[in-house]
Design a protein around this ligand. Structure first.
Ligand code: ADP
Ligand code: ZN
Ligand code: ZN
Length: 782
């Protein structure tokens, strides 16, 4: 395609001159399909083969309309439309899906084909092949992954006389004689390619081919938990929970797309609220779609839903093989699944009649997709709920500022508070340890005295500790080890990033650059440290410390959990299990340990460097720090043993850290909101990031400048007062996998639709041969 965004093409529905269909196009088909395939009707959601110039391509039907409706797309002359060649599949999505794909394409300024692909079954590559029996078919994962074709004797089986020189046919028939039936892949394994022989035999009625769909069990997602009667396992709700359930149930019954924020501390029983609300939804004949962050989608999580709703639960996540996902997709399509639990892509399964969408841990950044289409699952769920007459539950112990803001401003948002743990245990006490003071008193260790003592005490008593290293792999910043000072950009209030090359500090919002100082501008200290320590280094220092500790065996395991140790499928889960099974042990990891971690016997939680996230060059830095500290703290002392939390920081009086330690969200917001308002960041502004990337540094830089100009023009034409286009600057990750990345930030008053200016810009834009451009609306990382 020569355009940065694609639009649907329009075709005539065959044998019905009076109807046409807009079709989004995908890959080219390698050969022209015949007409001997199964006759399928042209319906919304079908894969079809259509002519495009002299080529044949596969597309998906978005709409079927009568020509005399008179609303043929602009510039389309009905007389010149070409017919669809063939229908290649049954519908994968319905009108709602097509409408949603179009909405996502507009809202997030994304290619329509990428949005349509969200709704096609996982792994279903729109590619056509000719089946052994002559028909053209879409290659879907059920045929790619697990060939499920079986052959059984046909009506003419008993009369069959094998011809000479037909050894394969003979082999097929004798396999059936001895086994009664045979699986095609197994026959192939034994005697070589048999498709031709089977096709010949099938024609003569000697054999019949059956497709036997086998549900691949979703082993690592807890498929086998036995269903239990709801009343048997459900605890009596606390008053807070009962109120929350009531709010959700009412919103779902009204069916007006309302949202309920379930704002509850860790362990307050939010999941129980979801389960009860879903019971009500199911009792009213509707279904529910539950999203959890990928990393929290563990067998335990899924098990809680299966124990309540039994085999009506389907599971969708990205660690499943395409075949497994296809089976779940098919299960949902069949209408038998009533509850879908999954990662963000679970929104796009063919679940019908949804009464409730649940978004657990709604503050999580992983709900925003970081490739096209760059949608946010929360906003898509809100759109779907409004369209389908459902409600949305947003659950979190640390709701996002956007959601809190919506609760305060938008009458469709309600809030239910769960301020106490369901088991009555108190929240752990959080102690902030000032590392600058420790440094002042001569310590050069990453571990404060308080943390060392606490580790010794807990481990020697055979208990467990979790240590978090707050890390942002790439962004380095300067920090004064004596006073905690971090250089910031005066106009953007985000910290400056340190660049080795040229020893410079740079602002990734406005482009400001300055040489890195040799001494602290605040206190004059020469101890300016470049920050960004890895888990491995912390692990080796910790090992040394443990070895010196009284009463702590040298064999106490340190389980390290970071990007390196969890890259393998299932590794994350395995590490957590090892930790759960151990006696005394330390789990040392990056932010990922704050998620999906639910251990009753963790008594000590330590945050090695709470301030790192304060200095990422992002307007959400404080919010992330606040939420991270509070999330990790909530992991301690969930059961009988009291918990203790130590938060180390060089910025002892940082508001987000202090406020998190005191469980005082109001104090945090009181500090944060005025800053956001003053500097025009969300929720007081709408924001988009125009990304420009490519392999050639100077081309990317030049194109970024050109994009900046074009966006400025577009904003002048379409935007109103209060819009601004910041200069083109390199991204925080200026170079990633040999790709150079720049961006242009666009801001508009809150509630403005950025696509007013950015859609025309992207539609006008011709593709550049070697530099890509995309828009990220409501970016999570700026
Ligand atoms: P959250 O999702 O808010 O962190 P959970 O739903 O995981 O909390 O609940 C925490 C623990 O409390 C779980 O073990 C759960 O079974 C238990 N629980 C939830 N609600 C109740 C209740 N009403 N009475 C007793 N225990 C409950
Ligand atoms: Zn700046
Ligand atoms: Zn200093």
């Amino acid at each position: 395609p020569t355009q940065a965004l694609d639009a649907p093409y329009t075709y005539v529905v065959p044998e019905s001159d009076a109807a046409y269909a807009p079709v989004t196009l995908f890959d080219e088909v390698d050969a022209a399909p015949g007409t001997d395939g199964e006759e399928l009707a042209v319906e919304v959601g079908c894969a079809v083969v259509v002519p495009l110039g002299s080529r044949k391509v596969v597309g998906f039907v978005l709409d079927v309309r009568d020509l005399d409706e008179g609303d043929a797309p602009d510039g389309v002359d009905p007389a010149r439309l070409r017919p669809i060649d063939a229908v290649a599949s049954k519908p994968y999505f319905n009108e709602e899906g097509a409408a949603c794909a179009r909405w996502i394409a507009d809202r997030y300024i994304a290619p329509l084909s990428a949005c349509v692909r969200l709704f096609t079954p996982p792994g279903a590559v729109p590619k056509m092949t000719r089946s052994p029996y002559g028909a053209w078919q879409l290659v879907a994962p059920e045929t790619q992954e697990a060939d499920d074709r079986w052959i059984v004797p046909g009506p003419a089986f008993d009369d069959f006389q094998p011809r000479k020189n037909a050894a394969k046919q003979d082999a097929v028939v004798s396999a059936l004689k001895s086994g009664g039936e045979a699986k095609v892949v197994e026959l192939t394994a034994q005697v070589g390619a048999v498709s031709g022989a089977i096709a010949a035999l099938e024609k003569k009625g000697v054999v019949t081919v059956e497709h036997r769909r086998r549900m691949r069990s979703v082993g690592d997602a807890g498929a086998s938990a036995a269903p239990v009667r709801p009343s048997a396992s459900a605890p009596k709700l606390t008053d807070d929970q009962a109120r929350a359930v009531e709010l959700v149930v009412q919103a779902s019954r009204r069916g007006k797309g309302e949202a309920v924020l379930v704002d509850g501390v860790t362990g307050s029983g939010k999941t129980e609220v979801y389960l009860r609300a879903i019971e009500d939804v199911l009792a009213h004949g509707r279904t529910a779609c539950v999203l959890v962050p990928e990393i929290s989608l563990t067998p335990q999580t899924v098990g809680r839903f299966r124990r309540r709703f039994g085999d009506k639960v389907a599971v969708i996540h990205s660690r499943m093989s395409p075949g497994e996902r296809y089976d779940q997709w098919d299960f949902i399509k069949s209408g038998l699944a009533r509850v879908v639990v999954g990662a963000r892509s679970a929104l796009f399964t063919p679940l019908e009649n949804v009464g409730l969408y649940v978004i657990d841990e709604e503050h999580e950044g992983s709900y925003k997709q970081d490739s096209a289409p760059r949608y946010h699952a929360r906003d898509v769920a809100l759109w779907m709920a409004a369209r389908n007459g459902a409600a949305v539950v947003l659950g979190s112990a640390t709701p996002s500022i956007e959601t809190l803001h919506a609760c305060a401003k938008d009458p469709r948002f309600h809030r239910a508070l769960l301020p106490r743990r369901a088991n009555g245990r108190p929240m752990p006490v959080v102690q902030v340890v000032d590392m600058a003071k420790e440094f002042g008193s001569g310590s050069r260790s990453m571990f404060s005295l308080a943390l060392k003592r606490a580790l010794e005490e807990e481990l020697s008593a055979g208990r467990k500790a979790v240590l978090m290293l707050n890390q942002r792999g790439f962004a380095k910043f300067l920090l004064c080890r004596e006073c905690g000072f971090v250089p910031e950009c005066p106009s953007c209030s985000t910290s400056l990033t340190y660049h080795e090359r040229g020893a410079e500090l740079a602002c990734h919002h406005c482009g400001r650059r300055e040489p890195a100082p040799g001494r602290c501008p605040e206190c004059g200290s020469p101890y300016l440290k470049k920050f960004g320590a890895g888990t491995q280094r912390v692990e080796s220092e910790l090992r040394g410390l443990l070895n010196e500790m009284e009463g702590v065996g040298t064999d106490v395991p340190i389980i390290r959990m970071d990007a390196d140790t969890t890259s393998r499928k299932g590794a994350h889960q395995q590490l957590l299990e090892t930790f759960a099974a151990a006696d005394a042990a330390v789990l040392l990891g990056t932010q990922m340990i704050a998620k999906g971690l639910d251990f009753d016997d963790v008594t000590l939680v330590g945050v090695i460097n709470a301030d790192t996230t304060l200095h990422i060059p992002d307007y959400r830095a404080s919010e992330r720090t606040f939420s991270l500290v509070e999330q990790v703290a909530g992991r301690a002392g969930r059961a009988e043993l009291p918990g203790c939390v130590l938060v180390q920081t060089y910025e002892g009086d940082s508001v987000p850290i202090r406020a998190a330690a005191a469980y005082d969200r109001a104090a945090f917001l009181k500090d944060e909101l005025p800053k956001r308002r003053l500097l025009r960041y969300p929720p007081y502004a709408a924001m988009a990031n125009v990304l420009v990337w490519g392999k050639n540094e100077s081309e990317v830089a030049a194109e970024a400048e050109a994009v900046h100009k074009a966006v400025q023009t577009s904003v002048r034409d379409f935007g109103g007062d209060g819009w601004s286009v910041l200069p083109a600057v390199p991204c925080v990750l200026a170079k990633l996998r040999n790709t150079y990345r720049w961006h242009v930030v666009v801001r508009a008053p809150a509630g403005e639709d950025l696509s007013r200016a950015l859609l025309p810009f992207m539609r006008r834009r011709r593709a550049h041969p070697s530099v890509s451009v995309a828009v990220d609306v409501d970016p999570f990382d700026v």
